[in-house]
Design a protein around this ligand. Sequence first.
Ligand code: AHR
Length: 332
Amino acid sequence: MKKLLTLALVLALLASASSAFALTIGFSQIGQESDWRTANTDDIRTKIPLEGWELIYDDAQQKQENQIKALRSFISQGVDYILFTGVVTTGWDEVLKEVNEAEIPLFLLDRIPEPSTLEKIEYVAAYGGDFIEEGRRMAWWTVNYLEKLGRSEEEVNVVILEGTTGSDAATQRTQGIEEVLAKFPNVKIAAKQSGNFSRAEAQPVMESWLKSLDKIDVVLAENDDMGLGAIDVIKAAGKVPGKDIIIVGCDSPKAAFDAIIAGEMNATIECNPLYADAIIPMIKALEAGETFSREIVHPEEGAFDAEGGVPYTEDGSKLTVKAADAIDERKY
Ligand code: AHR
C-alpha cells in the first residue's frame, strides 16, 4: 500500500512538472556533423528552456526517415511549435502537410525545403543563411587573394569539397562558387565531390584527388570541418596546407580561426549558427498574436583570414578581418 501511495505521488509530481511548461517545442535537428551544427543545437537547447519552455530534441543522425519519425512523434505529443531543419530539400511534402493538419506552427530553420514544397505547406518562418552568397564570397575571396599573390594570370586548379548531397547548403554554395569562378577563365574547377560536411568523410575525397589530379592549387571546402579534413590529408601527403595548397572554408568556428592563425587555412566565410535569439522573439510574437515576415535571412557579415583586408564581395566593399583579432569574440 505504501509503495502504491509513493508511486501515485511520483506520478502526480511528474504530471504537474510536465504541465509546468508554458510551451512545448519539438526540434528536429539533422545530426552532429560539424562545429556549426553543434553550436546551432547547443544554442537552441540552452536558450529555449531559459524561457520556461520545454524543448523536445531529436537528433536524426543525418537520416531523413528519422526526421519523418520525429515530426510524427511531435504531432502525437501535441507540441505547440516545431523547429525543423531538413537534411535534404526534397521528400517532405507528406509529413509537413501532417504538421499543418495538426495546426502546429512550423519554423523551417537553416536548410529550407525545395520551393515546390514551400508552395504546398504553411510555415511561420523560413529562417536561414544565404548559401548562394556564401559560395560567392568564398570564390571572390579566392580570386582576390590570388591577385594579391600576383597569380591572377596563372592557370589555377580548384577542387570543391561539397556538403551533403541534396541539401540546399551544398547545392547553393556550389552554385555561388561556380557563378563567380566562371568569370575567371584561368581558374578551372578540376573536381568537385561531396564530403558530407564532415571532417572524416572529406579525408578520403581529398586523398583520392591528391593521387589522381596533377595539380591542386585551391581547396574550396563548403564547410570548415571539411577544410580541416583536407588539411590533415595534405599534411600527411608531405605538402604544406595554406602554402602549397590554398584552403578556403565556410562557417567560421573557432577551429577555423586556429587553423588560420597556424597558417594552415587561408580564409573562412561566416555562416552564423546562433539562431535562438532570433527564434525566441518570433515565438513570443506569435503568442502575442503578432505577425512578421516569413522569409528571413540570418545576419552573417564576416570573413576572416591571416592578415585581413582582402575583399570578398563582387563590389569589393567588404574586407576580411584578421582572424587573430576576432578569435576572442567568437562564441562558437
Ligand atoms: O546548413 C548549414 C551547414 O550545415 C553548415 O555550413 C555546415 O557546417 C553544416 O553542417
